[in-house]
Ligand binder design. Structure first.
Ligand code: SF4
Length: 241
């Protein structure tokens, strides 16, 4: 499905900037208290490191630098490219961890249910399942989503210290801020690149190309990383890695 709505890019950029402003205005103490109220403690079950729980694990720019030093085959363009130009080039806002083709669709780094690079795990691995995203609830109401898959993983830790929640809350806000900033920067880059090169998003070509991409055919995809669009062809790693 074409994920890019009909809303013009400048409006989408402004909407994301407003979203970031709301995020920054969200009180840290409130966030910490929300985390504390769940008493969530990770049991390292590894479930969230699989496609069964998360469709993909997005990497921020600095995570990509880390994964490139660990294993250049451990990442790939994030799924669901946002744009496709009239020449059939797909565009996506960043990279994600590669998932294995095993029964659960495990993260590339998950082995026997354990993360083999735990001390160097990525930004989102640190904060999951806590997040701070606004999402549509009942029609007309937008609420903050703060916890992913309540009661489906982890254990309740009645002794969870509030100070720990404060540290986590700070990390969550930093992650969400970096994520939104990357998305804003991606849209700005696309807007400029398309304008300068006389390109446009083509929904028909998108449908055909995205289908081919989904079926594993070789398709060129332009991935946004560190302020630039870099070419990624399936089965390869970008030239600078
Ligand atoms: S890097 Fe480690 S913690 Fe992060 S998703 Fe993969 S296995 Fe899980």
């Amino acid at each position: 499905m074409d994920p890019s709505p009909d809303v013009p890019l400048p409006f989408r950029i402004v909407a994301l900037m407003q979203e970031r402003n709301r995020l920054l205005a969200y009180p840290l103490e409130q966030m910490a208290s929300d985390i504390w109220s769940t008493r969530f403690r990770c049991t390292a079950c590894g479930a969230c490191c699989t496609r069964e729980v998360n469709s993909h694990i997005f990497l921020l720019d600095h995570d990509v630098s880390v994964v490139r030093t660990l294993d250049p085959h451990a990442y790939e363009p994030a799924p669901d490219p946002e744009f496709c130009d009239q020449n059939g080039m797909l565009y996506v806002s960043g990279y994600a961890l590669r998932m294995k083709n095993d029964t659960h669709g495990s993260c590339w780094f998950l082995e026997n249910g354990k993360c083999r690079i735990y001390d160097q795990r990525f930004s989102v691995c640190h904060i999951y399942p806590h997040m701070l995203r606004r999402s549509a609830g009942t029609p007309g109401h937008v609420t903050w989503r703060q916890f992913a898959r309540k009661n489906e993983h982890g254990r309740c830790d009645p002794a969870l210290p509030f100070e720990e929640c404060l540290v986590l809350a700070r990390e969550v806000k930093e992650y969400e801020n970096a994520f939104l900033t990357q998305q804003i920067s991606f849209l700005e880059t696309i807007y400029e690149y398309f304008t300068l090169n006389n390109l446009r998003h083509d929904p028909e070509v998108y449908k055909q190309t995205a289908q081919r991409y989904l079926y594993g055919e070789p398709v060129d995809i332009s991935v946004f990383h560190a302020g630039e669009l870099e070419l990624f062809t399936r089965g390869t790693v970008p030239k600078d890695s």
